[in-house]
Design a protein around this ligand. Structure first.
Ligand code: NAG
Length: 218
């Protein structure tokens, strides 16, 4: 009888440990959850997101995802993948993400303000999509950013002045949008060629700055 009770007790404690362990594993997959939220928000006729299985312990074996040695997501490579649908704020939780490559798709909607929380981001490549709304001023918080390519979309509003504070910024391309106001000239913008601002009918060149219309045409 005592033996039976002992076995029962052990069984219960083993079960409890397994339950606790699986709970820990599930809760540690918040990066997978963030990416899965993106999958659910996108239409994927080419099935490039088929391997994105949220029941795995982390997203590091998913196609188009790269992780570091600590199993934290560092790259999302989904350029040229026939994706449509919307971006999701959840992506802002990928705090080790360095490369967000979503160029040449048909993504619509706005750039979530939460992308400003991607503190490790080096490259934000959203060019050649159907993205509208403003460039979030919160992107000025991306202190590691080198590449900001938002060209060939339908972005409106001004180029946020917050971006001039990003000293790492080397490449900015916002051509072929519907931006307005004036082109920044200070900080990293000193070295960005004017071509990278072209085809924004209401965006004014730096030679016109100070000539009144900075706010009025926006
Ligand atoms: C682009 O997005 C708008 C909505 O913002 C939509 O009406 C339009 O059909 C989209 N264009 C394409 C080519 O999908």
């Amino acid at each position: 009888m005592a033996v039976a009770t002992d076995i029962a007790a052990r069984t219960v404690s083993v079960f409890a440990v397994v339950a606790l362990l699986s709970l820990t594993l599930v809760s540690s997959n918040s990066e997978g959850d963030a990416l899965y939220a993106l999958r659910k928000s996108l239409s994927d006729p080419g099935n490039v997101l088929e391997s994105w299985d949220p029941t795995l312990v982390n997203p590091c074996t998913w196609f188009h995802i790269t992780c570091n040695q600590d199993n934290r997501v560092t790259r999302v490579d989904l350029g040229n993948s026939k994706l449509s649908g919307h971006l999701v704020p959840d992506i802002g939780r990928l705090e080790h993400l360095q490369y967000l490559e979503l160029y040449k798709n048909n993504i619509q909607g706005t750039i979530p303000t939460e992308f400003g929380n991607l503190k490790s981001l080096i490259s934000l490549d959203l060019y050649n999509n159907n993205i509208s709304g403003v460039i979030p001023p919160a992107l000025g918080k991306l202190k590691s950013l080198v590449f900001l390519r938002l060209n060939d979309n339908h972005l409106t509003g001004q180029i946020p002045r917050e971006l001039v504070e990003i000293s790492s910024l080397k490449v900015v391309d916002v051509s072929n949008n519907d931006l307005c106001g004036t082109i920044p000239t200070t900080g990293p913008f000193e070295h960005i060629p004017l071509n990278n601002f072209e085809n924004n009918p209401r965006l004014e060149g730096p030679e016109l700055q100070g000539l009144a219309s900075y706010d009025t045409n926006c």
